[in-house]
Design a protein. Sequence first.
Length: 354
Amino acid sequence: MEIKVTRARTDRTRPADTELGFGTLFTDHMFVMDYSREKGWHNPEIKPYQDFLLPPSAMVLHYGQAIFEGLKAYKTEDKKIQLFRARDNFERMNRSARGMCIPELDIDFVMDAMKQLIRMDEKWIPESLGTSLYIRPTIIATDPFLGVRASFTYKFFIILSSVGAYYSEGFNPVKIWVSKDHVRAVRGGVGEFKTAGNYAASLIASEKAVQKGYAQVLWLDAIERKYIEEVGAMNIFFVMKDEIVTPELTGSILPGITRFSVIDLAKKWGMKIAERKISIDDVFDAHAKGKLVDVFGSGTAAVISPVGEIRYGDRAIAIGDGTPGETAMKFYNALTDIQYGKTPDTEGWIEVIN
Ligand SMILES: *Cc1c(COP(=O)(O)O)cnc(C)c1O
């Protein structure tokens, strides 16, 4: 399939790296492609970033049949553009697609389209450490129809956003609040897919956490309300004296690529790491016994997010001494060194695209 290319007529310039936030500034171009049952995926096009024209009856606006991905392109000191495990994102997108009755993508084709788009918008990739080009592939259901069924037509698009350093104010631990009243997802539901509704469902608990002075929600499982699942939109790791534990993937947890990377590195470094159920009581017990040394979240946006306090009802525990734990630091440095090309990639995670 030939990609039609229309260049933007614009002379916008990228703001200074220190002026960049997250997800507010979009680049000059986007990639768009349509799906119909007759033609499959068709009309691939790179064109100026612009609004969509959608009927108010478009199914995505009513029933949320939508999936997305989030990944980044990084600029190295010697001006290489690097992708980190990008194929894994599109494989996950196809898993999300199957789960949400959305037609799958040809991964090689969309990877090539994304690379072409990034090269065209290279000037939007910020260059200082911690900054990146955030890449948002998305699929939405577009049938103009109010009945409830899977749509017959879809739009796939990729937009790009120049993002600033996540830790512009320092790599500081955050306080997290265990939600007792709300759950993010349930086994048998769609928690393991990156589908729009999961994020809408998480907002009320996030707002309550923020009102109480906490940065993120720690989600427990929906059935027994005791096993830890995720933190905000990140996976979570507990560093005990004798092992690192992360919740096993039970169907309601999003299989994070950063999570897999942490597990791979831990194994490579000879650390003992287990994917298993861990309850909130296990965490408080480990803390009481002095065994809980470090807790951190993992995800593309923050890479690693150290946790400094966990509140569960009227009990709260402090982790560490207010500074990031050694293990969180070690994973953060190792992953970002690979992403920004400061250490050679021995894992086959990096693809240089220029
Ligand atoms: C995207 C996401 C993650 C992290 O996945 P990465 O691939 O590491 O970015 C974790 N949890 C949720 C709910 C997510 O949406």
